[in-house]
Design a protein around this ligand. Structure first.
Ligand code: PMV
Length: 327
């Protein structure tokens, strides 16, 4: 039967890009989760299977053998998982074979933190199977190490949200601060299906910042004020204000050049269908947008995004971080 663990995906509600320059951002764990099922093996192989990506293969004596799917893709998805497993084996001084099955309802490479959710779920499941005592901080550290193999220099937002769940205020110099949010945040997430590179999007903003440094000082200041106002709006359970602030945040992101046609279509469709606010989320240039709405409007907005060519789903914030589902 094996041990099953899960961890949530995330959306950046406010502050992406500006966070790179020290401004605050608000990140939310959503009720889309990655699941890892781990079982012992009789041999020493680390066998990995991803049910949604149709990938399977195993590591043995440091080499990777593909059994199903594209070799390059399998390596890219499985290397961070292997790293997470190795860290735990190191910690408990064991050298055992494992079967790991990953299944996830999180779209991959869309800025929703799928790789971090997988790494956190795998770390928790392997830890529980091998009876290693892992605190959440340990899981965060392992998922962060795994994430570094995916992104190079990630901010650490994704593994933190996948591990702890909930709503986090993040700032480069001070790190994460959990925000207590006693309201539902009903969202429709629209995937444009357009692949983008976070690195290139970040570079774009850097160029704009260099060319228009004084203007950008003011843009950064505005971005910061939006986040601080959003924290208050969440305390006041003021969904309307939160929506307006999302529109303002998107205007800034559009201004610095990280929106694109695919995102604008979906954002406009969502607003027309009655969203309180809509914006791109994450790096932009494709990837995903989010729309905030009263619960009764969610289906309508979902349909509008679908008709505009997006792949939408309804998401809600979750306070549940990484957890063991079954031992
Ligand atoms: O789309 P994602 O999840 O890769 O988010 C990128 C967020 C940025 O602020 C653009 C970059 C960063 O490292 O914070």
């Amino acid at each position: 039967m094996g041990v099953v663990a899960s961890a949530p995906a995330k959306v950046i509600l406010f502050g992406e890009h500006f966070v790179v320059y020290g401004e605050p951002a608000i990140v939310l764990a959503i009720d889309k989760r990655a699941y890892a099922t781990v079982e012992n093996r009789k041999d020493n192989r680390l066998y990995l299977r991803s049910t949604n990506l149709n990938l399977a293969g195993y590591f043995e004596h440091g080499a990777f053998k593909i059994e199903q799917g594209d070799l390059k893709e399998a390596r890219a998805r499985f290397e961070p998982v292997k790293l997470a497993v190795d860290k735990i084996l190191e910690k408990c001084g064991k050298n055992v074979g494992l079967d790991i099955e990953i299944s996830s309802s999180v779209p991959v490479a869309a800025g929703l933190g799928s790789s971090a959710a997988v790494a956190a779920a795998v770390a928790a499941a392997v830890g529980a199977l091998l009876e290693v005592n892992l605190a959440k901080e340990d899981i965060l550290r392992i998922a962060f190490e795994a994430e570094k193999t995916v992104h190079g220099t990630p901010s650490g937002i994704d593994p933190a949200v996948s591990t702890f769940g909930g709503t986090l205020l993040f700032q480069m110099d001070t790190g994460f601060k959990p925000l207590e949010v006693n309201m539902d945040i009903p969202l429709v997430i629209g995937n444009t299906g357009v692949e983008r590179s976070t690195r290139l999007q970040v570079e774009k903003v850097r160029n704009v910042k260099e060319k228009y440094s004084r203007i950008m000082d003011n843009v950064m200041h505005a971005a910061r004020e939006i986040v601080l106002r959003a924290v208050d709006a969440m305390k006041e359970r003021d969904l309307d204000t939160l929506g307006e602030l999302m529109n303002m945040n998107h205007a800034l992101l559009y201004g610095v050049g990280v929106s694109d046609e695919s995102l604008e279509w979906l954002i406009n469709a969502a607003r027309k269908a009655g969203a309180l606010g809509a914006k791109l989320t994450g790096a932009g240039g494709g990837g995903c947008m989010i729309a905030l709405a009263k619960s009764e409007k969610l289906e309508q907005i979902l349909e509008a995004i679908q008709n505009a060519g997006g792949r939408p789903f309804i998401a809600r914030k979750t306070d549940e971080g990484v957890k063991i589902e079954r031992t």
